[in-house]
Write a protein that binds this ligand. Structure first.
Ligand code: FE2
Ligand code: FE2
Length: 290
């Protein structure tokens, strides 16, 4: 285990994490109310759910009682994720590496995580939810930062809700970049800038450093990203491409990150996002079921 992750985990487990959030993420005007309302609504809806009780499909209705569009995008992510997780873990049951009971628990966790990981979207502007604008088309810096921080916002919304406590790490890290800074530098000769960071890494290094909560540069990449989050990232990206009506060829290109081998027009490189070992398993599964 690296010395980096306990550092990040300790921030997440701090009692004053909500204060830190309010001070460090600038919530655009009009979004704060939506955030507070959603938080209250969730706490109310899940007040009878105890511990890690897993009520399957009940989750999605309780998570999105009035948000049909977000709900359907989560259902799509869930469809992709649950097939993938079974593909990864069922062979471990067959080989005796994993007990059936343990596997069942993992599947339930992933069901809930897939439904819940983008709950932050319920507090976004409608154009975003409808996919009418791209993130980089935003002229409002605050709005853009808020959107990019969505895994952190999902985490805060679900933080005190019992059944999701085990899923914090999947939810928080589902958009981090897999390629390490060192590997990126070796491949491209370029240092990583803030636009080439995952949301939690950016949050830790930019916002928390400014506030003196962390003092060193903290890398969140590679196998330091919890496995659950690395697994979730792939079907999640796939389901959003399906929603954007990408062709199979475009999807494979995006998941294998072929284009990131080359610099973009301005000579810059993009850091790779996915764990390529897991992408191979995922694409093999997709082809078989096609
Ligand atoms: Fe996301
Ligand atoms: Fe997502």
């Amino acid at each position: 285990m690296s010395i980096i992750m306990p550092n990040v985990y300790s921030i997440i487990d701090r009692d004053d994490v909500e204060e830190i959030f309010k001070e460090t993420i600038i919530v655009p005007s009009g979004r704060l109310e939506a955030f507070e309302n959603k938080k209250q609504e969730l706490e109310e809806a899940f007040k009878d759910f105890k511990g890690s009780s897993m009520e399957g499909i009940l989750y999605i209705d309780k998570l999105y009682p009035n948000e049909a569009i977000v709900k359907s995008s989560c259902e799509e992510a869930h469809k992709q994720a649950s097939g993938f997780i079974k593909k990864v873990y069922l062979p471990k049951v067959e080989s005796g590496e994993l007990l059936e009971e343990q596997a069942k628990k993992i599947f339930k966790y992933f069901d809930a995580a897939a439904y819940a990981h983008d709950i932050a979207k319920t507090t976004f502007r409608l154009e975003i939810i409808y996919d009418m604008v791209k993130l980089n088309e935003f002229d409002d810096e605050r709005e853009m930062r808020f959107l990019k921080a969505h895994p952190i916002i999902s985490f805060y919304l679900l933080r005190n809700i019992a059944p999701f406590k085990q899923l914090h790490y999947i939810i928080l890290f589902h958009e981090e970049f897999y390629e390490s800074h060192k590997a990126f530098y070796e491949r491209t000769g370029m240092d990583v800038d803030f636009s080439n960071m995952g949301p939690v890494e950016r949050f830790v290094n930019d916002e928390l450093r400014k506030h003196g909560i962390v003092d060193e540069m903290t890398e969140i990449s590679g196998d330091n990203i919890p496995l659950g989050a690395r697994l979730m990232a792939i079907p999640d990206a796939h389901s959003s491409m399906i929603r954007r009506q990408k062709t199979e060829e475009q999807i494979i290109k995006a998941l294998t990150e072929e284009e990131k081998e080359k610099p973009t027009e301005d000579g810059r490189y993009k850091r790779k996002e996915f764990d390529s070992k897991l992408v191979r398993i995922y694409l093999a599964m997709e082809r078989k079921s096609a």
